[in-house]
Write a protein that binds this ligand. Structure first.
Ligand SMILES: CC(=O)SCCNC(=O)CCNC(=O)[C@H](O)C(C)(C)COP(=O)(O)OP(=O)(O)OC[C@H]1O[C@@H](n2cnc3c(N)ncnc32)[C@H](O)[C@@H]1OP(=O)(O)O
Ligand SMILES: O=C([O-])CC(=O)C(=O)O
Length: 374
């Protein structure tokens, strides 16, 4: 599944450290968290079990899970000064910037004073991130100040309840659960590596996550699910999608939601979220977006041997659940914060400041020219 000859720009194929958290493209379906295959976790686990696994190292017992979920539930409320900050961010701001600012402000209000406080800070971020994005979204788009302390049993259901003002259907809650599991962790991807570099300076955990959010925002990383949605939404039928894609490939456009830095033939998360997208399409009576997405997948493989990554079928799945496109990448944050923070702790536990070298390509040594002579 993985090209052993990976190399070249972008540090591709170079080992930049060790991790016990995740394997990408090595065993089982190609993705494991702490030894557990993603396909099994997505089928059987709750996101909160995965979150516990990543922060504590082992799956919880039933008592531990109940206590953990009760703790997360109790941490959903927003401090007043954070609400004030969110209310002052304009409606047309990028929601990932809202997440970044929300996380950074939380670090001011509830500073991690000592690394022994890491798990409390992590639990708080897992619990409060859905509240941060939904409070801002509902205030700026619907003009309401929502109560973020809900009784929902899971992070995914909590998010949908805040967004839609009603508890989600069992199917929607289930899809959110699977989605959060799929996005939770992925080894040394760009945003996680950002977090680890920050951690290696012995910085605080909110700084590490704030930097990681900024890195995830880009369309070559987490932002691809929104870009994929914009594309599939612009097609009115599978045939039209095929024609348009052929033109885009001819023009050498980059097609968002396809390809991967490490996987070479498939992304194991795609088959899982695709199945749920199909189920949702049937549930909501879609006969355009899902067939369009399937045709895109066929064309990209046929023409370029490029496959859907985790982001592509997430676009239609989220859309079918009534989630606005601009909130897609913040959902990724709600999930990946578990992976980022596990890496921060791992980096701290065996740390040396990350400081690579560079090949110099600038001018030879020269003397300073006084400004009046330039
Ligand atoms: C959860 C995630 O973050 S998954 C990634 C989400 N990002 C996207 O979906 C954005 C679209 N995809 C891409 O830009 C790339 O595939 C990346 C950034 C994911 C990986 O980049 P790289 O490791 O550089 O890709 P890779 O080495 O496999 O590229 C090989 C060739 O395929 C092309 N290619 C790769 N992906 C695509 C694509 N989506 N559309 C068109 N061409 C592509 C590259 O341009 C490259 O061509 P070249 O050799 O002529 O330059
Ligand atoms: O691993 C990567 O490069 C990107 C990715 O799929 C992820 O972060 O989930």
């Amino acid at each position: 599944m993985v090209d052993k000859a990976l190399g070249g720009a972008g540090l591709r194929g170079q080992v930049a450290g060790q991790t016990a958290l995740c394997t990408v493209g090595q065993t089982g379906s190609g993705l494991t968290y702490c030894g557990y295959d993603i396909s099994e976790l997505a089928e059987k686990a709750q996101f909160e079990e995965v979150s516990f696994l990543l922060s504590r190292g082992e799956l919880p017992t039933s008592n531990e899970l109940s206590e953990y979920k009760a703790k997360l539930k109790s941490l959903r409320g927003l401090p007043e000064s954070l609400k004030t900050v969110l209310e002052n961010i304009p409606k047309d701001a990028h929601p990932m910037d809202v997440m970044r600012t929300g996380c950074s402000m939380l670090g001011n209000l509830e500073m991690e004073n000592d690394f022994s406080e890491a798990n409390d800070a992590i639990d708080r971020m897992v619990a409060i991130f859905p509240s941060i994005i939904c409070y801002w979204y509902r205030f700026t788009h619907d003009g309401v100040r929502i109560e973020t302390q809900t009784d929902d049993d899971s992070v995914g259901a909590h998010f949908l309840t805040l967004l839609h003002d009603k508890a989600p259907s069992e199917l929607f809650a289930q899809v959110m659960n699977v989605s959060l599991i799929l996005y939770a962790e992925h080894e040394f991807n760009a945003s996680t590596f950002t977090g680890r570099v920050c951690a290696s300076t012995l910085s605080d955990i909110h700084s590490c996550v704030t930097g990681a959010i900024g890195t995830l925002r880009g369309p070559l990383h987490g932002g691809a699910n929104e870009a994929a949605m914009d594309m599939i939404e612009s097609f009115s039928s599978a045939d039209q999608a095929e024609d348009a894609l052929m033109g885009m490939l001819e023009r050498k456009d980059k097609i968002m939601g396809f390809g991967h830095a490490i996987y070479r033939e498939s992304d194991p998360r795609n088959v899982i979220i695709k199945k749920w997208s199909e189920k949702l399409a049937a549930e909501v009576g879609d006969d355009v977006l899902y067939p369009v997405s399937v045709r895109c997948e066929e064309v990209m493989w046929r023409e370029k041997k490029l496959f859907c990554n985790a982001d592509f079928f997430h676009a239609s799945a989220y859309h079918f659940m009534g989630i606005p496109t601009k909130l897609f990448t913040p959902i990724f944050v709600m999930s990946r914060v578990t992976g980022w923070t596990a890496h921060v702790k791992e980096q701290r536990a065996n740390n040396r400041i990350i400081r690579p070298s560079a090949d110099y390509t600038g001018p030879d040594a020269r003397s300073y020219t006084p400004i009046e002579s330039r």
